[in-house]
Ligand binder design. Structure first.
Ligand SMILES: C[S@@+](CC[C@H](N)C(=O)[O-])C[C@H]1O[C@@H](n2cnc3c(N)ncnc32)[C@H](O)[C@@H]1O
Length: 284
């Protein structure tokens, strides 16, 4: 079959499965399958696929019909303009997390540290640390995660972006393995979805993304934040910054607790949908 026919067929299947942007998604899947830019699949509707390419595309469309997220199917995601490898078992980086990167970069540009170090607690695919280091060339970083699978993917991304010498990846529980006073900034997007929110999430998230990377307990939802903040109090140098991604629901609770954990004057940054998304504060 040719590109145009396959796209029309996939669009119909995806639409019947309730996928809103069926045409766009069909184009993305076909382009990734062929290793092309998306614009090329619309420009060459008469291009004939090999049998193997056609089988790959149909398999990917079937996976998408079962609501598997596109980045898990194509094994790549975009974050802060960077293409990253992703895969099952690691969180797909989200656009709202870019707010945390922007905040770090704005602040880092005003600092005059000698050989500054950034820690990304819960590094996942490496998205935050890699985006920060790409745009702050004087900084080095340490990414910590307890998931071996996440670190495997983070290593692939570190190599892809040539950061082997500047980003160290370690397996551990938040900041417990780090020495005191080594870092100038700690950033983190820890789990913050409450159990009652889990069932309201789209099937793409609830069926496929790692629950342990997302969900906190309803009894103690700030637990990851508390562990990281108390660890950050030890590892940060004076006037170091701590910045968290959070949800609008947890943001006020977190703002209230940060001073009790040793961080003064917490401030909020909103995401592109005007929701309270990032909280940051400085070591007292
Ligand atoms: C919400 S994901 C964020 C991943 C990535 N930073 C991003 O923004 O795409 C949270 C990450 O924290 C890690 N994590 C959860 N509990 C942890 C713990 N106790 N110690 C270290 N990492 C942990 C998970 O494995 C997951 O990769």
């Amino acid at each position: 079959m040719v590109v145009g026919e396959l796209l029309a067929q996939a669009q119909a299947w995806l639409r019947a499965a309730g996928i809103d942007e069926a045409r766009r998604e069909a184009e993305i899947l076909l382009a990734a399958c062929l290793g092309w830019e998306r614009s090329r699949v619309t420009a060459y509707p008469e291009h004939v696929l090999t049998e193997r390419q056609q089988r790959c595309f149909e398999c990917w469309v079937r996976r998408r019909i079962r609501r598997e997220p596109i980045p898990y199917i194509t094994r790549r995601a975009w974050f802060y303009g960077l293409e990253l490898a992703v895969g099952r078992g690691v969180l797909i980086p989200r656009p709202e997390t870019e707010v945390l990167v922007e905040l770090f970069l704005e602040w880092a540009a005003t600092q005059k540290f000698d050989a500054p170090i950034l820690i990304d607690a819960g590094v996942g695919s490496g998205a935050i640390a890699i985006a920060c280091l790409q745009h702050a060339p004087l900084w080095s970083g340490v990414g910590v995660d307890r998931s071996g699978r996440a670190l495997q993917i983070a290593r692939i991304n570190r190599r892809r972006w040539g950061l082997e010498a500047r980003l160290f990846l370690i397996r551990g529980e938040w900041l417990s393995a780090l020495r005191p006073r080594v870092a100038h900034a700690v950033v983190s997007n820890p789990p913050y979805v409450l159990p009652d929110e889990w069932d309201t999430l789209p099937p793409e998230v609830a069926r496929y993304e790692p629950k342990l990377a997302l969900v906190v307990s309803s009894e103690d939802p700030l637990r990851p934040y508390r562990h990281i903040a108390l660890g950050a109090r030890q590892v940060l140098t004076p006037s170091g910054m701590l910045a968290f991604e959070t949800s609008p629901r947890l943001a006020p609770l977190l703002a209230e607790q940060l001073p009790r954990w040793g961080f003064k004057n917490p401030q909020v940054r909103r995401d592109y949908s005007n929701r309270e998304r990032v909280l940051y504060a400085y070591l007292e």
